[in-house]
Ligand binder design. Structure first.
Ligand code: UDP
Length: 503
């Protein structure tokens, strides 16, 4: 794709204001920059741009543009511009605030037009920023939607939101348009706002609007691999009627090229990806992991913004102790505590941290861990995860099976797909209202970490998925993996769409 005629063409990218969305957007921008001469500009609010800039390498050709934003004007706390600086009660407010950016984004594109004498080659926006379709249309510029989620999760979220199939039945189980009849969904997999829907709820209406708008896109980019979730891809293509390019996973190549049994030097990629200071040095983490046998450690994290109740935190802690399995647990504030609160010993059973440290059974990390490095270490055997899509790809790319504890967004659909279609996950519990006791935690942890039976089968299947993920980004002369082919195919389509508009 690199040629001089593309030198002055511009791609504008607009992520949603959440770390789990900005990380893959920046990674996509880097990949396009490596494969073309296009100018790429990522647009967001000032604090998000500051964070993105700090994680882009100094030699990067990617540029950034700010949209004015004052969180206080929207009823948000001072300096709150993304989800990981906000309690879950404020996420809807941020979502509403993100939609007010349309006029300033329109101005930005108009200024670009004046300065460059042409409109951007295309606009790529997040599914949750689909109002950008209106802006693209007004400048007669192609628009593409990038879903940072997987195909199954996005397709299920989309279809349930727009069709509300659970309202047409009195049963707890229901089928979803676009998915096979045999793929039954359960009410407990829906977020509370969707479960209680009567067609008037604000959150549901706002999401419905954004998801309807992206149907006006020229196509969709999906952060997944063609070979790993065929059912979801089929449903996504059927339900949207859009071309879908599967261009994931956006993970550091150093991670994808490593052998999963390796326990050598730390990668130190987490910091450069997220810009967040880990609560523990990567080297210390590796030393601790090195002291345990291969595939023996359970890693536990609920991602960048979700958390569980304080009573569930106690049960989880006691279940881990009962299991006797080694673990690294990223402990964040329980529900109801300030998101910025310092760690408090009372969140965990009395003496827990000290007991597990003395026995060399567990390592408690406060707030933020170097997740990529932990998952890529040969001693890590399973991941107890909220099933955010980045975490899913990071884990499966390393052949690490998952114990699912989905909490919000499309996480329950991700875990359903991994449990039923891939066979690499067991769901422990779902949502913040459900309950799981310590004995069940102990049983599931022991089962998944076992080298026999279900545990062995999950590990084997996870290794097969890892191979498919790695193959998708392999490049060997003219031989390219499916994700690289899809990315090149997408870039060719972008150029052709532009030419057809200017003919
Ligand atoms: N992450 C991390 N350390 C942590 C928690 C999260 O590095 O302690 C990273 C993780 O590797 C992933 C991202 O934050 O890349 C979380 O994204 P995901 O889609 O899994 O969940 P979200 O936070 O968006 O719910």
């Amino acid at each position: 794709m690199k040629n001089s005629s593309s030198a002055k063409t511009h791609i504008v990218m607009l992520p949603f204001m959440a770390r789990g969305h900005m990380i893959p957007f920046l990674a996509l921008a880097k990949q396009i920059a490596e494969r073309t001469h296009f100018t790429i500009t990522i647009v967001s609010t000032p604090l998000n741009i500051q964070q993105l800039r700090s994680t882009a390498s100094p030699s990067s050709t990617i540029t950034f543009a700010e949209l004015p934003f004052c969180s206080l004007d929207h009823g948000l706390p001072t300096n709150s511009e993304n989800t990981d600086s906000l309690p879950s009660s404020h996420i809807t407010t941020l979502f509403i605030a993100s939609q007010t950016l349309e006029p300033s984004f329109h101005r930005l594109i108009s200024d670009m037009f004046q300065q460059e004498g042409r409109t951007p080659l295309c606009i790529i926006s997040d599914v949750f920023m689909s109002w950008a379709v209106n802006v693209a249309r007004s400048f007669e510029t192609p628009h593409f939607t990038f879903t940072t989620g997987g195909a199954f999760g996005t397709a299920a979220y989309f279809s349930i939101l727009l069709n509300l199939p659970h309202r047409n039945t009195t049963s707890d189980e229901f089928s979803v348009p676009g998915f096979p009849e045999t793929c039954r969904f359960h009410l407990s997999q829906l977020n509370p706002s969707l479960r209680a829907v009567d067609g008037t709820g604000l959150v549901v209406r706002l999401n419905q609007k954004q998801f309807s708008l992206f149907l006006g896109s020229n196509g969709m980019l999906c952060n997944t691999v063609e070979e790993i979730e065929p059912m979801g891809l089929d449903a996504l293509r059927k339900n949207t009627g859009l071309p879908v390019w599967t261009i994931g996973p956006f993970l550091p190549l150093s991670l994808l090229n490593r052998s999963s049994s390796s326990s050598s030097s730390p990668l130190d990629e987490s910091f450069s990806r997220s810009g967040k200071e880990p609560g523990i040095a990567v080297g210390n983490c590796f030393n601790w992991l090195d002291s345990h046998p291969p595939n023996s450690v359970l890693y536990i994290s609920f991602g960048s913004q979700n958390t569980i109740s304080s009573t569930q935190m106690m049960e989880l802690a006691m279940g881990l102790e009962l299991s006797g399995k080694p673990f690294i647990w990223v402990v964040r504030h329980p529900i109801g505590f300030d998101i910025k609160a310092e760690f408090r010993a009372e969140w965990l059973p009395e003496g827990f941290e000290e007991r597990v440290r003395k026995r060399n059974q567990g390592m408690v990390v406060h707030r933020w861990a170097p997740q990529l490095e932990i998952l890529s270490h040969g001693s890590t055997g399973a991941f107890l995860s909220h099933c955010g899509w980045n975490s899913v790809l990071e884990s499966l790319s390393q052949g690490v099976p998952i114990i699912g504890w989905p909490i919000a967004a499309e996480q329950a659909y991700n875990s359903k797909m991994m449990e039923e279609e891939m066979g690499v996950c067991v769901v422990l519990t779902r949502g913040v209202e459900s309950w799981v006791g310590r004995e069940e935690v102990e049983r599931v942890v022991k089962m998944v970490m076992s080298k026999e039976g279900k545990g062995e089968e999950m590990k084997r299947k996870a290794m097969q998925i890892a191979e498919k993920i790695r193959d998708s980004v392999r490049e060997d002369g003219n031989q390219k993996g499916s994700s690289l082919k899809a990315l090149d195919g997408f870039l060719e389509t972008v150029v052709l769409s532009r030419e057809s508009l200017t003919d």
